[in-house]
Write a new protein. Structure first.
Lengths: 403, 403
């Protein structure tokens, strides 16, 4: 039996980041950049007006006699055009937001501070300082500059910047091919009414949804019976994936054949039990490049094991540098009892209040009670050998959803 | 000019939740349930063993003479089978985790606390209390019970529960059809090298990514020139969507024709300016059932306006009850200056430390500087008329990404 920390370390030591692929930036949000993104232009690409108004020589508007002053309008530039004429003393160019500043001008007077006059003249009602309402060329970034670093997770902002610098396609780390196999003679399809002793197979659905939340996709490879032949057939198919998730069949019971079948097929297993609750029976191994998780069969144990070990593995494959969910320190709102043996991960409700976090465990009947976990948004960590925690105790909480 | 709160209220008053559609639960994660999900079974569906071990009569193991006691093993049940024989005094049934408890038995002794003997007998090394290691029928939920309420957002846990109760298909609120039109003579395609006075069109990319993050999809309808004909053609196409996003062309400038074209096409506009920075020029209207946002053209203003107004609108259409991003109170780490007029939304970095939140504004050159926003994960709210905020000040921060 390994500790949670040890299991985490072993899993990630044996996971490699996947090869690089090129995708259109339209499909890249949520993926990790696999190259430094270098700009081919200055941004802004020219001294740019930040306002609708008049490009002027600041000194003209700050004359000792004070404003208002009258200037001659020599040209009009809108965004997308380029000014042809140089602004000389006593002159102005009418200019729109985003348009290039004409030569000679060193400030822009907002249109609200002007009054148009007859004969291509304008009255400037308020003086402007040099540089006012101008975004100078290259202020945001320059040609040749690395604007987004390799391994950055691409959010909408980064996607927009990539568009600005002309990177229609971009190198990202690949998304793993993931297979899910569920096992157990008691399992029937969702569309069936369970007979006596049976339950519906639900793990492949919740796991595929967890995979989706991790920005990847999983193929559900069906349910294997608790016999060698059925397991061998299913697992052989699964071993062609980058990552294979199997649920059930990893406890001590005699019908729990997954471990022996994995060994028989040549999967190198690194551990077979973790000192945690729920989720003690969990195996992890490698078969050539394929990572294999034998997850516990109970739905909550499957859910928790995925969050703690599989999700970080998927993220490492996809090039993420932050692998684990964020852990937040919070105050306990209701007292909590634990069996006090293994480290425990308890479904809990975490919420902010006045800049601090509070948490309470939700009512929950154990590792089969998936409905109980729907009342929570997080997993409260009860350290090993702790049997009770009082109200107000500071605890660590893994944020698994939105707050 | 309306206030931010007023604009938010007007937008949401004019947005309706979309019709219900039925989807397979494999496609339902992240969507909102549009019906109460009622269970057709008890869960567990029978008194179930929570352990591998022996189903016993507790009293037999707690005999006054104390353990060990020897019992006769009358049957073996694995998960998926149903026990045939009733356990009588002095008897036990070998049982696997998840299997149904045989009649007569009222507790399960863990396999670790037993020792198999010759002749179908077992030695019970440790007494068990009545009910021990049994999950009673209906403990988690009962047939006829609403297990997931209408409007619940379906996470992996909920998807698993829906599978358990046989809901292969489920009613959810529809996802809006969204169109994006960008406008501006200065815009060129990402694949082009901008000529003098031009920039690449990036808003449709960042907006489509924001839509994707909101669990919806957008069609990019191209870039319209700053002329009536081009705008009318593009907008007419966009008005067939549930939601139309237009960027640019909503300022005071003479080439900003979007507002007049929208009016000409019969779009009912509710406001044309919001007292905020960035994002002052923003219009919102309705055309029959189509909601129309005229967003500012500057990339950061577009980004912020989406987060504040468009995302909640999309979420309302999709049946969400929590519409806005979470606002967190945090302590300011670096002093902050503002122009002190309109309410300001400043790109910022929010991070937890010891159960409290700290925030600092990132270096940022204004509403065109999208690269600046990539350094943040949140938007710090500077209230109107505030010109400076000292270190340690408590501020409100909109969490737009992961912490």
């Amino acid at each position: 039996m390994v500790s949670v920390d040890e299991a985490y370390r072993i899993v990630l030591e044996n996971i490699s980041t996947l090869p690089i692929q090129e995708v259109n930036i339209k499909e890249a949000v949520g993926l990790c950049l696999a190259e430094d993104a270098v700009s081919d232009i200055d941004m802004p690409p020219f001294d740019k007006s930040a306002m609708d108004g008049y490009a002027v020589i600041a000194e003209d508007t700050l004359s000792p006699s004070g404003t208002p002053v009258e200037l001659q309008v020599i040209e009009e530039v809108t965004a997308g055009q380029f000014p042809m004429k140089k602004v000389e003393r006593g002159q102005a160019t009418k200019i729109m937001t985003g348009a290039a500043l004409p030569q000679g001008a060193d400030a822009v007077t907002k249109v609200e501070d002007t009054e148009p006059l007859e004969g291509n003249r304008v009255k400037i009602l308020k003086g402007v300082e040099k540089g006012k309402n101008i975004s100078p060329r290259g202020e945001d970034f320059q040609a040749g500059q690395v604007v987004i670093k390799r391994t950055t997770v691409l959010r909408p902002q980064e996607i927009g910047v990539l568009a600005m610098i002309g990177m229609e396609k971009v190198k990202v780390y690949s998304t793993p091919k993931i297979g899910i196999i569920t096992t157990g003679n008691e399992l029937v399809e969702v569309s069936c009414k369970p007979a006596r002793g049976q339950i519906r197979e639900s793990n492949s659905y919740s796991l595929a949804a967890q995979v989706f939340q991790a920005r990847a996709e999983a193929e559900r490879l069906g349910t294997a019976r608790d016999d060698r032949k059925s397991l061998i057939t299913a697992i052989k198919r699964g071993l062609k994936k980058d990552l294979l998730l199997i649920t059930g069949g990893v406890s001590m019971g005699e019908s729990d054949l997954v471990v022996s079948v994995l060994k028989e097929l040549g999967v190198n297993l690194f551990f077979e039990k973790i000192a945690m609750r729920p989720g003690k029976p969990m195996v992890f191994g490698k078969y050539y490049k394929t990572a294999v998780f034998g997850l516990p069969g109970n739905p909550v144990a499957t859910y928790v094991s995925f969050e703690l070990f599989v999700r970080p593995a998927i993220r490492k494959m996809m090039g993420f540098t932050k692998l684990s969910r964020t852990v937040i320190k919070a105050r306990l709102e209701t007292p909590l009892r634990s069996k006090g043996e293994r480290k425990e991960f308890r479904p809990a409700w975490l919420h902010p209040e006045d800049g601090k976090f509070f948490v309470s465990a939700v009512e929950w009947h154990g590792s089969a009670d998936l409905l109980g976990t729907t009342k929570g948004n997080s997993l409260l960590i009860v350290p090993e050998s702790v049997e009770s925690l009082p109200v107000g105790q500071e605890v660590e909480v893994i944020l698994t959803g939105e707050i």
